[in-house]
Design a protein. Structure first.
Length: 313
């Protein structure tokens, strides 16, 4: 038996608007995510949230993480008013590319933080801008706006309690009895450690993660200790009082008084600091100057660490 097939031809597209697809979800919901395997549809706050959630679902599916809670089942499809949504074709062209931006929102009321620079390229910048605007960072990834109603006050009061001081840690063999930190400061009289933020953020991410973990542990261990609200860090150099010119003495906040000619110490000067404490010519004082380390510029400034430079650098 011989089978004869007749080639089919595709009918030309008719002019006019495209046919509106049939809804597969609730038309009253503006944005939603449809999990095709289970038929579940989850309302989303906006299309950006829906797209990000769909991308996370797809990433989990690629890892075959079928045994964990909330594991992906088939595909995640973005719905707009109950219909499958897709971006306009020109949005993916080579001339126009999407940029992911972040903005802070209040945990309680959902109000966005829309100052002059309300959208940022990183989550950290968005949080920093909100905190600078007197929003409260709960420490658990949530922000509370400045509203003073009962719900917002309760959210601020429910911040995680500081962890108890860590006890029972024994020093490793070979560590000095008076502590590595004291030994590291050496013979200096420094009471504080000042580290430029620019240099911290220029280190590798793994190093930053370890450092942040140690700083968080320090804050939790001494949460019960009262500390100053702010400090004033002044860059400069350390010089002997007797070596400074009149202009440098004024910049360092040192007052110089010359004895009268009739005094037994004629021509000698007496020095005192801002608090009126007497200084000797060989005493060291801070001469304010310009900081050679560039400003951190909201997390953008990067300086290549010495150990990571190339041979040609």
């Amino acid at each position: 038996m011989t089978l004869t097939t007749t080639p089919t031809t595709t009918a030309p597209a008719l002019p006019g608007p495209a046919v509106d697809p049939a809804p597969v979800g609730d038309e009253s919901t503006e944005w939603a995510l449809w999990l095709t395997g289970t038929g579940e549809q989850r309302p989303m706050r906006d299309h950006i949230t829906a797209l990000l959630t769909a991308a996370q679902h797809t990433a989990q599916a690629a890892l075959h993480d079928t045994g964990s809670l909330g594991a992906p089942v088939d595909r995640a499809v973005v719905l707009h008013r109950g219909r499958v949504w897709s971006p306009e074709p020109h949005a993916a062209s080579g001339a126009v590319q999407p940029v992911l931006l972040w903005s802070a929102r209040c945990k309680v009321c959902g109000e966005p933080f829309d100052e002059e620079y309300g959208h940022h390229s990183t989550v950290g910048e968005a949080v920093e801008q909100a905190v600078d605007g007197e929003w409260t960072d709960t420490g658990g990834g949530w922000l509370i706006c400045g509203s003073d109603d009962r719900d917002h006050e309760a959210a601020r009061d429910s911040r995680p309690a500081p962890a108890a001081p860590i006890t029972g840690q024994n020093p490793l063999p070979g560590i000095p009895a008076d502590g590595p930190v004291h030994s590291w400061f050496g013979l200096t009289y420094a009471n504080y450690l000042v580290v430029p933020r620019t240099l911290l953020q220029s280190m590798p991410a793994s190093w930053q993660q370890r450092t942040v973990a140690c700083l968080t542990e320090l804050d939790q261990a001494f949460a019960h200790v009262a500390r100053a609200e702010a400090y004033d860090v002044v860059p400069g150099t350390v010089r002997e009082v007797g070596e400074l010119t009149d202009a440098q003495l004024a910049a360092a906040g040192v007052q110089a008084e010359t004895h009268d000619e009739d005094s037994t110490t004629s021509g000698e000067s007496r020095y005192s600091d801002r608090d009126g404490q007497e200084l000797q010519p060989h005493d060291w004082v801070l001469l304010p100057g310009t900081d050679p380390v560039p400003h951190y510029n909201r997390g953008r400034t990067r300086i290549t660490p010495y150990g990571r430079r190339t041979a040609s650098a």
